[in-house]
Structures are given as C-alpha cells and as structure tokens.
Write a protein of this length. Structure first.
Length: 415
C-alpha cells in the first residue's frame, strides 16, 4: 500500500496517527515512504496491544524489545533507528519517551548513552571522538550483555581481552587500537560509577600499531577521474556526488569535514572555504575552480529546499544532513560502479591528494599544508611514496666476497 491515507492503525498509537501523517507530509516524504512509516507504527501499536501497554508505556526498553522480535521475522525496518521520525514526533507531542520502570541492571543502549554523556560533558571530548569511542563500545556491550544477561558488575579483564582478540581476527590494527582506548575509558567510567568494584583499565594492554608500517593507500589519477566520471552520470544525485568526490580528492578533506560543511563556510568573495578540522581547528583553504563550480551546480540544480545549513543533504525526505558514514558510502558505491576492480575508500582520496602534490614536484611542507597537519612529522609517511627517488639515496646492501680471509678455525670464508 503506497497511500498513507489508507494505512490502518489500531491500538494505543492510533491517536497519534493524524498528526504524524501531517508531519511526514510537511517534511516532504513521498507517499510510499510515508505509508511505510505508518505501517511500521501500525505493527508497533498492535504489538503493544498484545502486551497491554498504553501509549504512555512506550519506552526505550519497549521499543528495543519490539525490534528485537521484529528482526526474527522481517528483512527491513529492523532497528529502532527505523522509527526515529515517529519517536521524535512522539516526544514533541508531549510524551516522555524513555521514562518508565528502570531495569535492575542498565540495558546496553542506556549504558551507552550515559557513557557518551560522560565523554562529552566530563571528559570534554569532541563529538567525533565521542562517536569513535561509542562505535567501539557498542559491539562490546552488546556482546557482553548477550552472554551475561545485562550484568555489568561481572565484567572481567579476561572477557575484555577475549573480545579484543576476537575482533582482531576481522578488524584492522587501527580499529583495535581505538577499541583498546575506548574500552579503557569505559572501564574507568564503570569504576567511577561504582558498577565495577575495581578498575580494569590498567589491565588492558596496548595494541601494536604504527602508521609507518605500510605505504599510504593512495590511488592513481586515472581511478580518481573514473570516480568523477561515474558520479556525473549517477541516476539520483549526480551533482551532489560529483561535488563530494572533488572536495575529497582536491581539498583532501576527511569524511567528517565534508559532512560538517555549512553554507556559511563557503566564502564566495574570497574564493575560500572554512574547514572544521581536528581539535576544533578552523582552517581557511582556497577553492579550486572545478571544485567551486561543482558545489555551485549542486546548490543551484539539485539541493532540496531545507532549513538545514549543511551543504550536503540526503536525497530522500526529510532531507537531513549527510553523516560522515554516508559520505564514505557514496565513494564506496561509485567505486563499485566504475568496474576498476580496485575498491576505493574516501580516505584514500585524501592520500591521493597528498601524493599528487609530491608527484608534481611539491615539497612535504606543501603536502602538510594541504592536509592541515599540525605536526610536520605526521607528513613524513609520504616521503616514502616516491620509490624511484628513494632508490637514489639508498645504500647498497653489504655483500661478503671471496677475498675475505679464512677464519682461524679453518672454516671456509662466507660467500
């Protein structure tokens, strides 16, 4: 059914349907998408009837239980995020979503929320850093709660180590290093709140990792050009995708920096752009003509009307700003469509921009300026990409010759 007017909702949530339908329409949802949202709410409402729950009984724990059961019978709309539009409307209607009887032990999602608040409010970490920590703590909490029935007080150092070893089989060393840092912070927070009787943070060993263990994962100019060409013929958002590829490959921005670009960051009179970098740094960078033209094309021809000030928005209603994961997914999708047989990630375009500076005769200092590295030593990794130039300064490997005198023991010389 693709008409939201004909979706039948029964149960405690029926009183909210007219207002929610109007909200979807005002947000620009297509009829089919609005109908799917209402069908999901109809399922949730019927499920609540079976448990004798009133509309006031809709809590985080109830929603999580509903989607846990739904995952066993459905292939779509299987996480609480699917109902985020309705839950936001639910709060705006005056209901206290998230209240209700507290469980004896904290549910993993509530624990994650409290941990995130601690990182942001008490530790003062940047939102991106908080997200990185939570992305590593989330799978650990789910894994632990599935094994121990939500009992965090039983957490041991052996369990943390076992989880890290298990993840290490499929995750990169860089990800494991972040996981170690995040789980140390989580352990300290659990101890400070009296959930753990002792701190386990000191028992979590370091993950061996070096950024100099391999060459920068850059891609060739031809591959970058194929991404640009493929983005320009995209079926849905060609102007947006082309602008994103050029911003990543020409300005060497990170995914988060692209996602956080605001309309006010575009300085058209000076031909510059303000980048929100690491550590709350604000860097003003010149915009090449092709990049500026691509952004203008997107703003004039494709960007939907929205109250959001972010430059890049989702194509579908309610046209929310793109997240950093969505920016990375755009590059992954374009890479698959090129048929080059070489998977390309968004961060590789940043590496390619730096290596392009050196290939054109630029210096490491100029590459550092493009990458906005605070410490010039961070850019040294790119000194190894010109293997032909390095061959000229490499010393010959010492090789023994037959002229070496025979050892006193009478053994033959080493050759």
């Amino acid at each position: 059914m693709s008409d939201p007017e004909y979706v039948l909702v029964e149960g405690p949530l029926v009183v909210l349907v007219p207002g929610f339908r109007d909200r979807l329409n005002a947000a620009g949802y297509f009829p089919g998408s609005a109908a799917q949202q209402l069908q999901l709410i109809a399922c949730l409402s019927r499920w609540m009837v079976g448990r004798n729950l009133a509309v006031e009984g809709l809590t985080t724990i109830v929603v999580e239980e509903f989607f846990r059961e739904r995952r066993s019978t459905h292939k779509n709309y299987r996480t609480p995020r699917s109902s985020s539009a309705f839950l936001l409307f639910f709060k705006g209607a005056g209901f206290s979503y998230g209240s209700g009887a507290e469980a004896t032990a904290l549910a993993w999602d509530r624990t994650l929320g409290l941990f995130g608040s601690y990182l942001a409010d008490e530790r003062g970490l940047r939102p991106t850093t908080v997200d990185n920590y939570l992305n590593q703590a989330r799978p650990f909490l789910q894994w632990h709660f599935d094994r121990t029935n939500d009992d965090l007080s039983s957490l041991t150092i052996h369990e943390i180590t076992g989880f890290l070893l298990n993840r290490g089989a499929t995750q990169s060393r860089g990800s494991i290093r972040v996981a170690v840092t995040a789980l140390r912070a989580l352990s300290k927070w659990l101890f400070l709140n009296g959930i753990l009787p002792e701190s386990l943070a000191e028992g979590i060993g370091p993950a061996t990792y070096s950024a100099f263990g391999s060459l920068p994962k850059a891609v060739t100019r031809e591959i970058v050009q194929s991404l640009v060409a493929q983005s320009a013929i995209g079926p849905v958002t060609p102007y947006r995708d082309r602008a994103i590829v050029l911003v990543l490959s020409r300005l060497a921005l990170r995914c988060r920096e692209v996602a956080e670009l605001q309309l006010d960051d575009l300085r058209w009179r000076t031909g510059t752009i303000v980048v929100h970098g690491k550590g709350a740094a604000l860097d003003e960078m010149p915009v090449p003509v092709d990049v500026g033209s691509a952004i203008v094309d997107y703003l004039e021809r494709e960007r939907p009307a929205s109250a959001h000030r972010h430059v890049f928005l989702q194509a579908r209603a309610p046209h929310a700003p793109l997240g950093r994961s969505a920016v990375g997914s755009i590059i992954n999708r374009l890479s698959a469509r090129t048929g080059n047989g070489v998977p390309v990630g968004a961060h590789q375009l940043r590496h390619s921009a730096a290596t392009g500076v050196l290939a054109a005769g630029g210096t490491l200092t100029e590459a550092a300026q493009l990458l906005r590295h605070v410490n010039p030593a961070t850019t040294v990794i790119y000194a190894r990409v010109d293997l032909q130039a390095l061959a000229g300064v490499a010393r010959d490997w010492p090789v023994a010759t037959a002229s070496v005198a025979t050892a006193p023991t009478g053994k033959a010389p080493i050759t």
